[in-house]
Design a binder for this molecule. Structure first.
Ligand code: NAD
Length: 290
């Protein structure tokens, strides 16, 4: 069997087009377009690339991008003051602080300063709590993108065995919550899990968010599994995922490629979340079909 390739790039492009279509409708109702503020502290090369592509995608969707680049030696108080000012700014519907932050700044304190109504990354305790108790809120972009790809391919996920490898607050934990919300039987595996291949073999759905190049082998998978590879690892100048795609493709029914799978979904969901917060802040009904 050769696994079907789950084309996240195409899915993301279609989602971005749907978001862009709604922007003029929002503008007609409110007299302004949605705005996303992105804050970058320091010179981290990967973060600079991410921030640049987020700004470009925001403008392409017809929204306003407010980009704030602060020096590496910015203090925590200065950053929090900016985040609070963005919270008070009516033109800003979404606030994203690019992580990681320099060591003198406590990420948790900065996230706590983000207005939960503008928390398009879904990182605040308010939104994490809403996801945990099953209430509507803003969900982190990467796991929500993974869920959309899974539902698009598999339809109803109820009763399926899902194994999420990785327990970060950004990917693994919210992914597990989302799959639980869909009534999957969810296992979260992590660095201390015993017999990871044995755990993964149970799964109809595998989501790998580890950050270890090609760690998950085809021999670990249940035949016919659907595999979502979140990993982005640079190996000898090339991007590879957390799944060994060559061996996995011989066993899985479907797999996301790296690049071109989950990565493009993350930005598309960021735009989608910004459109959603803009509607909520304007007292408009949430846009459908997103
Ligand atoms: P992280 O480092 O915060 O978390 C990694 C997790 O993997 C930890 O919970 C750890 O317990 C687990 N882990 C580590 N070694 C393991 C092992 N040997 N066996 C089982 N579990 C192990 O990383 P993260 O922020 O969750 O990101 C994970 C990967 O996803 C990275 O490659 C990152 O670049 C990528 N990522 C991609 C996107 C995207 O848009 N595609 C977004 C975010 C992260």
């Amino acid at each position: 069997m050769t696994a079907e390739r789950i084309d996240g790039k195409a899915f993301a492009a279609a989602l971005r087009a749907r978001v862009a279509e709604r922007v003029p409708v929002f503008e007609a109702a409110t007299g302004r377009v949605p705005g996303l503020a992105v804050v970058l502290v320091g010179e981290d090369a990967a973060s600079q690339v991410y921030v640049r592509s987020k700004g470009k995608a925001t403008r392409e969707a017809g929204m306003v991008s407010f980009e704030h680049r602060l020096p590496d030696d910015t203090s925590q108080a200065e950053l929090i003051a900016l985040v609070e000012a963005l919270g008070a700014d009516d033109k800003v519907d979404g606030i994203l602080v690019q992580l990681p932050l320099p060591p003198q700044i406590d990420e948790k304190a900065v996230i706590a300063a983000i207005d939960p109504a503008k928390d398009v990354d879904g990182f605040t305790l308010e939104n994490a709590g809403r996801l945990a108790v099953g209430e509507a809120g803003l969900v982190p972009c990467t796991p929500l993108g993974c869920l959309m790809l899974l539902k698009d391919r598999l339809g109803d996920l109820a009763g399926l065995e899902a194994v999420v490898i990785g327990r970060s607050n950004i990917v693994g934990k919210p992914m597990a919550q989302l799959l639980l919300r869909e009534s999957c039987t969810v296992t979260i595996a992590h660095s201390r899990t015993r017999d990871l291949p044995g755990v993964v073999r149970r799964a109809d759905i595998v989501v790998a968010a580890v950050g270890r190049p090609e760690m998950v082998k085809g021999g670990w998978l249940k035949p016919g599994a659907t595999v979502i590879d979140v990993g982005i690892n640079r190996v000898e100048g090339r991007l590879v995922g957390d799944v060994d795609s060559a061996s996995a493709s011989a066993v899985a029914a479907a797999i996301t490629p790296v690049p071109g799978g989950v990565g493009p979904m993350t930005i598309a969901i960021l735009l989608r979340n910004t459109l959603v917060t803009a509607h909520a802040r304007a007292g408009l009904e949430a846009p459908e079909g997103l």
